[in-house]
Every structure is written in structure tokens, then in C-alpha cells.
Design a protein around this ligand. Structure first.
Ligand code: SF4
Length: 591
């Protein structure tokens, strides 16, 4: 078998077979190639009788005459001199008819300077125009495009397609057996004619005819070529060229006005992006302003006491984010003079900064062409490309990231990333029907064309979250309230909470619990039920307001020394103790 792990492979069918020693290859030959082999064998027949020779000489003479075209030019019998270009990752195959004289001289495809093939592909794929054969081969390889021709040998005058006769078709199995070809395209009518006549009947595969890029088809201008050839991007899962500029035009009029955008310093971008993870923009605005007042730079962040930092973050959730920010700030002060580095790899090395945040800082603050891929961007790109692979797959993510980078306008990478964020947040919505009528990419979006927007991205079935039931006690005694500090590791580490116990609680069970504390004089009221959803766990809570007029010393000792609860005033609670939003509904019921 051809080595599927090798990179770009070229070689005509025979040489590929020789090179790989594939014992199966003969089996996979199409009938056309068998016919070609048979024809070759016949022409190499062994003995000729004199009368046969005479007849053959006569036929050869007639043949020579026929080999003159009407213009007096000689027909030449030519075997295809250029090996197919493909590799195991090729997804589409583009077939011409037969190489021109210039291509034959260059021993590579589409070598005629006026042939628009390379210019067309470069524009469609947002690539720089490839000048050399190596650059052209690289571009095809990078974009999973295989190239060959329909004709293996023929008689031809110069490179005139119309003069072609005595056609022997190419055996495409060399490519089809070794690459994941999803669609075959014919560059021009001639190629399609030969495909339809010789290859389709034997393979059962249909090819799509595209207008020829040849100079002979000059009547078809570049705009028309671009429009018709754009369809090759669909099986390539490649975003059409130019859509980055279209998005930027939309962004220029529709960008959200956000506090961190007026001065996109590296620190501002960093803080805002960390706050925005898992949190809505509207919720973040107020936190961001408060943060910048208290911690205007990296150095201030590196010095803030942990409890104050938690209080500043209280309600934003995912508290590890802010712990990591402080740790990164300490590193920045110690090793980078208190500034965020421009280098992407150095950004990535900082605690809590992953690829998304590093990409956002590098592109928005330092104008580097880095992608910032989050769920919003994946959703938008999976829709415009109708990506059918599971979005959780690393390969799918990688290929979508490649497309983001491909269409990113090099002069405005930061704006492009922010435009994508805005598009994902305001138009290409995650839940329910996206607002395609207002989308700048409505015309090129494959999911929209199929009316299947909400079916993308393709997701894994979610695992059911674990449900934990809890009884939560808001305990008031002499105008103070009891709080408990959560353990230093795990969920909501080191944050403060109302005393709570695992289990399904009813009023009766709550009373039993209170009795076990040896408390007899109290008022107990149910304050409702609440649910808080974490990524893997749900808390289903039942709350009770326990008012104690005077706490017996023995019970105080139990609360404060054994259970490690502390009593704080309402004001202290507001000012100094970070309580996660999971308890908000009970906190609101404090009288
Ligand atoms: S057309 Fe609709 S589905 Fe497609 S990117 Fe735009 S909003 Fe999303």
C-alpha cells in the first residue's frame, strides 16, 4: 500500500506501485487501465506475416497522413509526463484534460503563464500567489487538493485541446485508493467530457464541471471563475476568501461599545478576557470598572491580599481564574518588569493564560495574527462551513482554527477576533435560532443555506450532572450571622458560605438537626429552594432561616470551635467576606 503517513506524494500510477510494492494495486485498477494495458500488449505483438506487414505499412502511411492536422501541424503521440499530485489528506481532486506544452516543459500542472488556475486558487484560499513549482505543490498540499488530468496519453497538436484524439484515460485509482477524496472537479469542458466518457462509466463517480481556467476560455472573466469555483471550498471545509473583510465592515458599524475597548492595553485585554470567560458582557462591565479602580496595573494585582481579591471577584464565579491572575501578576512583576510580554509563547507560559487568552492579548493588544478560539468562534465557523465533525474533536477544532487564521485580515487581527466575538454573542446565538437576516456572512454560510443552523456545531451528548441535595441554614444571633469557610481545595475553595449539610431537607429534618445541636429556643422559617449549576454538579438546596435570641455557651462552642463557623455582622459580610453566588437567593432573604 502507499504509505498513508507520508507527506506529499507524487508519482504516476506505475511508479507509485513500484515504489510502494503494493500487491493489491493490480486488483484496484479500473477497467480503463486494464484496457490500456491490453492495448499496449497488443501493439507489442510478436510475429508479423508479409501480407500483414504490407497492410500495416499501408496503414502506417495513412496514419502518418492523418497525423497531419488541417493546418499542416503534426500530431504527436504523448504520454502524460507529470505524476499525480496528492497525499493521504487530499479531500478534492481537480482534473484538467492534458498538460500544455508549458506545463510539460515545467513538468508541473498549469504552467502556461496565462492560465488563471494558480491565481484563482490563491484568491479562493486566501493564499499568497505561488510563484514556483514547490510553492504551488505546497499550497495544494496545505489545502488538501489533489491535481491530475483525465488523459494518460493521446495524440495532440501542440496543446490544442480540440486536436486531441486517441485518448487513453488516466487510472484515478492511484489517488482514490489512497486519499479521502470527497469530490472530483473537472477544470473545463474537455476534461469533463473525457471524465464522463471514460472514467465515470467505470468508477460510477460523477465529477463537477467548472469553467476552464485556460487562456482559451478568456471569455469567462476572473469574477465568474471565482464565483463558480467557490464551491470547491465546501468539501475542503474552507471558508471563502474575503469574508474577513466583510466581517470587518460589519464590525466597523456594529462593534459593541465596551469599557476595555477604548484603551486596549495588554493589561486591560487580559483582565477583561479572563472576566468574560463563562460570564456575560453585561455582568462583567461593573466588575471591570470596579477592578480597574482598585487594581489599575499588574503591580497592584500582585500585591492585593487574597481575601480582598476574592471579595473583588465575588459573584463572578470560577474563582481559580482570579487566583491564577494574581499568581501570573507576581511572575510578571518578578520576571517581566510588571508588563505583559508581546511574545505569544511567553504569554502562554503564565498561569491561567491559555491559547484563547494568549491569542486575544497578542492580537488585540499587540496586533499579532493569532486566533482567539472559544465556543463562540467555533460555533460561528462550524456553521459557516457546516462542519459535520464533532466540535469536541481536537482535529475539528484545529481545522476550524486554520480557517479562522486563513480568513483573518493580516492588518487587523485584533479587530477581526473581536468582530467574531461580537458576531457570536449578538447574531450567531448559541441557544435558539441565530439572527441570520442580520449576519454579514448570511450569503456564504452553509448551515444557513441548508436551513440547519441550530444543528451546528455537532455536539457530544452531555453527561448528566451529579445532583447534590443540601440544607442551608442562615443563622442569625444577636444581629450577627454565621459563616463557614470552605476547604482550600476543590469547588469554591476558600470562599465563605452559609452553614449547610448534604441531604434532602424538610422542615422536620431541619428541626431534628437543630435539636442535635442542643438548641431549644429558636425560630425557624423555610426560605425556599434554590438550584445552582456548576459544570459537572448541580446543587439543589433548601434554605432555612434560624433566628436565635441568645446562644447558650455550649452551643456557641460547638459552632465556633468544633464546626469552625464564625459570626459576622451584616456590614462585615458585605465588605470582607466573599460568598459565592450559589447562595445569593438565601442571602437576599436576610432580614
Ligand atoms: S448566517 Fe446565521 S448561522 Fe450562519 S454565521 Fe450567520 S448567524 Fe450564524
Amino acid at each position: 500500500m502507499t504509505d498513508k503517513n507520508s507527506n506529499l506524494q507524487t508519482g504516476n500510477p506505475q511508479s507509485a506501485e513500484d515504489k510502494t510494492g503494493n500487491p493489491q494495486r493490480g486488483k484496484h485498477k479500473t477497467e480503463s487501465s486494464q484496457r490500456r494495458d491490453h492495448k499496449t500488449e497488443s501493439s507489442q505483438g510478436t510475429e508479423r506475416k508479409p501480407e500483414d506487414s504490407q497492410r500495416l505499412n499501408h496503414q502506417e502511411e495513412k496514419g502518418k497522413e492523418r497525423r497531419k492536422s488541417s493546418a499542416g501541424k503534426a500530431y504527436q503521440k504523448i504520454d502524460h509526463p507529470i505524476p499525480p499530485l496528492y497525499d493521504k489528506d487530499s479531500r478534492i481532486l481537480i482534473l484538467g484534460s492534458f498538460p500544455s506544452v508549458k506545463s510539460r516543459e515545467a513538468a508541473f500542472f498549469y504552467g502556461h503563464p496565462q492560465n488563471r488556475f494558480w491565481r484563482l486558487l490563491a484568491q479562493l484560499l486566501s493564499e499568497t500567489f505561488p510563484e514556483t513549482v514547490e510553492e504551488r505543490a505546497d499550497m495544494l498540499h496545505r489545502n488538501h487538493i489533489a491535481v491530475w488530468d483525465t488523459i494518460a496519453s493521446c495524440e495532440i497538436v501542440g496543446s490544442s485541446d480540440s486536436s486531441i484524439r486517441q485518448v487513453v484515460p488516466n487510472d484515478l485509482s492511484v489517488i482514490l485508493d489512497h486519499a479521502d477524496i470527497r469530490q472530483i472537479y473537472c477544470n473545463g469542458a474537455k476534461s469533463h467530457e473525457y471524465f464522463h466518457r471514460y472514467i465515470e462509466p467505470e468508477t460510477g463517480i460523477k465529477a463537477v464541471r467548472l469553467p476552464s481556467t485556460s487562456p482559451a476560455n478568456a471569455a469567462c472573466n476572473m469574477d465568474r471563475l471565482l464565483s463558480d469555483w467557490r464551491q470547491i471550498l465546501i468539501p475542503l471545509k474552507a471558508a471563502p476568501a474575503g469574508i474577513g473583510q466583510v466581517l470587518l465592515k460589519w464590525y466597523d458599524y456594529n462593534a459593541r461599545i465596551l469599557p476595555w475597548r477604548s484603551d486596549p492595553s495588554p493589561y486591560h485585554v487580559w483582565v477583561s478576557e479572563i472576566m468574560l470567560q463563562q460570564t456575560r458582557v453585561e455582568a462583567v462591565r461593573h466588575y471591570y470598572d470596579r477592578w480597574m479602580e482598585r487594581l489599575p496595573d499588574v503591580e497592584a494585582l500582585s500585591r492585593i491580599p487574597d481575601d480582598d481579591l476574592m471579595k473583588l471577584w465575588e459573584g463572578l464565579g470560577y474563582y481559580n481564574r482570579v487566583r491564577n491572575m494574581k499568581a501570573a501578576a507576581v511572575t510578571l512583576v518578578e520576571e517581566y518588569g510588571g508588563e505583559l510580554p508581546a511574545d505569544y509563547e511567553q504569554l502562554l507560559s503564565l498561569k491561567g493564560i491559555g491559547e484563547y487568552t494568549a491569542g486575544a492579548i497578542a492580537s488585540i493588544a499587540f496586533q499579532q495574527p493569532k486566533a482567539a478560539i472559544d465556543g463562540n468562534v467555533l460555533r460561528v465557523f462550524s456553521r459557516i462551513l457546516a462542519e459535520s465533525g464533532k466540535i469536541s474533536s481536537a482535529a475539528v477544532k484545529k481545522s476550524l482554527e486554520r480557517e479562522v487564521l486563513r480568513v483573518m485580515p493580516p492588518d487587523r487581527p485584533g479587530d477581526f477576533n473581536q468582530a467574531l466575538m461580537d458576531l457570536g454573542a449578538t447574531i450567531c446565538l448559541p441557544n435558539g435560532q441565530p439572527l441570520c437576516d442580520s449576519c454579514p456572512w448570511e450569503n456564504i454560510c452553509q448551515a444557513h443555506k441548508q436551513g440547519e443552523e441550530i444543528h451546528f456545531p455537532v455536539k457530544e451528548k452531555k453527561k448528566a450532572r451529579k445532583i447534590i441535595h443540601k440544607g442551608v441554614f442562615v443563622i442569625e444571633c444577636e444581629d450577627r450571622f454565621y459563616l463557614h469557610k470552605r476547604p482550600g481545595t476543590g469547588l469554591l475553595a476558600d470562599l465563605w458560605e452559609f452553614p449547610n449539610l448534604d441531604g434532602s431537607y424538610t422542615m422536620e429534618r431541619a428541626r431534628q438537626e437543630i435539636t442535635s445541636w442542643n438548641l431549644t429556643d429558636y425560630e425557624l422559617e423555610s426560605i425556599g429552594e434554590g438550584k445552582h449549576i456548576f459544570s459537572h454538579v448541580e446543587w439543589h438546596m433548601t434554605g432555612y432561616y434560624l433566628k436565635i435570641a441568645s446562644l447558650p455557651e455550649q452551643v456557641r462552642r460547638l459552632f465556633e470551635q468544633e464546626l469552625h463557623w464564625i459570626a459576622v455582622s451584616r456590614r462585615e459580610m458585605e465588605k470582607d467576606y466573599a460568598i459565592p453566588s450559589a447562595f445569593d437567593m438565601f442571602r437576599k432573604r436576610m432580614r
